[in-house]
Design a protein around this ligand. Structure first.
Ligand SMILES: CC(C)(COP(=O)(O)OP(=O)(O)OC[C@H]1O[C@@H](n2cnc3c(N)ncnc32)[C@H](O)[C@@H]1OP(=O)(O)O)[C@@H](O)C(=O)NCCC(=O)NCCS
Length: 155
């Protein structure tokens, strides 16, 4: 499942299953029912990943089965191999991906999680982001221009 306002760079891949390391043979003939040899009960565990709102997955990242959740506002560095869950607002990178930082201040993270701008259309989301920035102060990175064109959210 993919949240709202998620940014996914080019060539990002999600791997939802692994060949069974403990079996005598690794070949999918023995576990993948679609190949005609195995019963559906013999299939390996196929997992899904939840990709949180307003997260950003850099180019060429690979999300392995061990990662079941990428948190809200999280960042995956380009080329990362993600083997575990990624916490909200965490920045991870490398192979295997490890935390290299956390985005925003605690007050900013708390406000975002309470107000959830990503639950709204772009105009309202932008208004909420500007309001949060005005309340908390700091650099104006509330996102983009002050008066986005309602007919063209990319402006
Ligand atoms: C993850 C990212 C956002 C971090 O940016 P940043 O906060 O400015 O981080 P820095 O460049 O200061 O790097 C911090 C450390 O993490 C390492 N690092 C950063 N990105 C990395 C990556 N993708 N893989 C491995 N290590 C990485 C740096 O080498 C540095 O290590 P050091 O402290 O040992 O010197 C950025 O590096 C990145 O990967 N962006 C994705 C770009 C992309 O894919 N764009 C196209 C899609 S829209």
């Amino acid at each position: 499942m993919i949240g709202s306002y998620v940014s996914i760079g080019p060539n990002v891949r999600r791997i939802g299953a692994a060949h069974p390391l403990s079996e005598l043979s690794l070949h999918p003939f023995w576990y993948n029912p679609s190949l005609g040899m195995a019963h559906v009960d013999q299939d390996v565990n196929r997992t899904e990943v939840y990709i949180g709102d307003d997260s950003w997955i850099g180019a060429n990242a690979v999300i392995l089965p061990g990662c079941r959740r990428i948190g809200t506002g999280a960042v995956i560095g380009a080329g990362s191999i993600v083997t575990k869950d990624v916490a909200d607002f965490s920045v991870v990178a490398g192979n295997p991906a490890k935390p290299i930082g956390t985005r925003l201040t605690e007050d900013e993270r708390t406000a975002l999680m309470e107000i959830k701008p990503w639950s709204h259309d772009p105009m309202e989301a932008h208004r909420l982001l500007v309001a949060i920035r005005a309340r908390l102060g700091g650099a104006d990175n509330a996102g983009h221009r002050q008066t986005p064109d309602a007919n063209n959210p990319s402006t």
